[in-house]
Design a protein around this ligand. Structure first.
Ligand code: AMP
Ligand code: GLY
Length: 529
């Protein structure tokens, strides 16, 4: 590690995943780096190149980290993950002698408050999926059902209870009908309390005016609605927790039943805590997804080459959403014209809108974009580098990362220079059995040295820890294996060759990262600042 000297910058890097390991490896190459400090020395990759911070890294004790920055003459703090950004680490750690790369809590709301972000996008006419925000479960369900009322049975139910002012009672009746219909379809016992509720409702009294309905008649009447709730519909809106939910707060439901369940988990059961106290019900968009990231100092944008992430756990985009199971860069789906369009129509207006709100945003603007037939539209904003997108990006960066981040933090990004290795890069994520719900940890990892010996491959530690001479799994996403290649196919081949050498019990790895990509358009050139 180089000695600290006045002309060199001491850096504190906050965060302990694969993204931070990739950033640290690049920072460590800067001739102007003094000391590199890590908030997460338990990550063996970080521990190998950075010194451990010796005070708590905790939002409730930020004064300790402030004191640390003064004592260790930290010139730049780089904040990787979203939580410390949302908790205001940047607000507190910035001082006349310490610059911070990463937005203030106000800027990080782009990611930590999706409802606020949606309003900002809408006010600035930035193309994005339509959405409405709800804090009340019954009102949210009512909106959802009215959106699905092209289904005849749902329409009848919606209309049937439309006159009910009491939204909670309305919900209770619909839920009871769905439960009774489902039980009848499955020939299971029907709850007497549901039958009583329905029998005594104004609607059922009206319906069976002439005779007192028995349980069988009520159950038969409930079947079509239950079927409608179970019907697979590709057009249902997406349900999103407004706050930070560790990548689990988005549900793309197949059925109305799943959609109502997602609303219940967020708004009633509060499974995501305060993050789910507000939800967005958002128009479902179709198309390929790309990640467009830019570094900014609040006025200048440095566009990074476009990436693609693979969010689902399983091959062919099956299984639950994850933080990302692999990524590659550049994305052949985004040529220069499209990248410029995203910059012009999405990123610049977003920065302008932030400035109008007096937010001086310094860090990464990450737009998750869907390429719809109507043009690129924003799915989400992140206020940080992507994980795993940062791994292929850093593999391709052919410039001094420290210099770029310092310029962004200082407000002089127009003086920064970025060059990119023309070779594509591909990252394969190795995850633990049980990820993303309940990853198993503590398994011994073998083959790391053999994999690292493969030319053009780099191993990034994410959820690992050292115990004696062993490296063990210690999280959901365990490692990222990144490779450069002359073509994307070469890069993925090398990455898989290295990834196949690494083993641990229960290793999960997608086999189709960067596989089904279109051939690059002819006029593609790399973005340059
Ligand atoms: P997010 O965390 O917002 O990126 O959402 C996770 C994933 O859910 C995205 O990568 C998309 O695949 C999917 N998704 C989110 N919003 C929408 C939408 N409006 N339409 C379709 N799919 C979506
Ligand atoms: N890879 C997606 C993210 O960083 O949010």
């Amino acid at each position: 590690m180089p000695d600290p000297s006045p002309s060199r910058t001491n850096v504190l890097l906050i965060g302990g995943g694969g993204r931070e390991h990739a950033l640290a490896l690049r920072l460590a190459q800067s001739p102007n780096l003094g000391e590199l400090w890590t908030s997460h020395p338990s990550n063996p990759g970080l521990a190998a190149i950075a010194k451990p911070v010796d005070v708590p890294v905790d939002a409730r004790e930020l004064y300790r980290l402030e004191q640390f920055c003064q004592k260790r003459s930290i010139g730049l703090v780089v904040i990787g993950p979203e939580d410390p950004l949302a908790e205001g680490f940047a607000d507190r750690l910035a001082s006349p002698t310490t610059l911070v790369f990463g937005p203030t809590a106000a800027g990080a709301r782009l990611e930590s408050d999706k409802a606020w972000c949606k309003q900002l996008l809408r006010a600035a006419s930035i193309p994005t999926a339509d959405a409405r925000a709800f804090s009340d479960f019954d009102a949210a369900c009512q909106h959802l059902e009215s959106r699905a009322s092209d289904d005849e049975d749902v329409a009848i139910a919606v209309e049937r209870f439309a006159t009910l002012r009491d939204a909670a009672l309305r919900r209770k009746l619909i839920d009871a009908m769905v439960r009774v219909g489902k039980a009848r379809l499955a020939s299971q016992p029907i709850a007497a309390s549901d039958i009583t509720l329905l029998k005594n409702s104004a609607h059922f009294k009206d319906l069976f005016r002439d005779q007192a309905p028995d349980a069988a008649a009520i159950a038969a009447h409930c079947v079509p609605l239950a079927q409608a709730y179970a019907r697979v519909r590709p057009d249902l809106p997406v349900i999103k927790a407004s706050g930070l939910a560790k990548g689990k707060g988005v549900v793309v439901p197949d059925t109305l039943e799943q959609a109502v369940l997602a609303l219940e988990r967020m708004l009633v059961k509060r499974e995501f805590g305060p993050a789910g106290a507000k939800v967005l019900i958002e128009e479902r968009l179709e198309g390929p997804e790309v990640s467009v990231l830019a570094i900014t100092d609040g006025s200048t944008l440095l566009m990074l080459p476009p990436c693609q992430d693979h969010k689902r756990l399983g091959d062919n985009d099956t299984g639950p959403n994850t933080g990302g199971m692999g990524a590659f860069c550049p994305s052949p789906r985004v040529d220069d014209d499209l990248l410029q369009r995203v910059e012009r129509d999405i990123l610049i207006p977003t920065l302008d809108a932030l400035r109008r709100d007096d937010i001086d945003y310094r860090g990464v603007l990450y737009a998750g974009i869907m390429l719809t037939p109507g043009g690129p539209k924003v799915l989400e904003f992140n206020a940080r580098f992507g994980d795993p997108e940062t791994q292929p990006l850093m593999a391709r960066l052919d410039a001094d990362l420290l210099d770029i981040l310092l310029h962004a933090a200082r407000g002089t990004l127009d003086h920064a220079h970025a060059r990119w290795d023309p070779r594509p890069a591909c990252t394969i994520v190795l995850a633990s059995q049980g990820y993303p719900e309940k990853p198993r940890t503590g398994r011994v990892i073998t083959g790391l040295d053999e994999a690292a010996a493969i030319q053009n491959a780099t191993i990034h530690h994410a959820g690992t820890r050292r115990e004696g001479n062993d490296i063990l799994t210690a999280g959901g996403r365990v490692l990222g294996v990144t490779a450069l290649g002359d073509t994307l196919a070469d890069a993925r081949h090398t990455a898989y060759r290295a990834a196949d050498l690494i083993n641990f019990e229960g290793k999960l790895m997608r086999r189709d990262i960067a596989l089904h990509t279109p051939t690059p358009p002819r006029r593609t050139r790399q973005p340059t600042p």
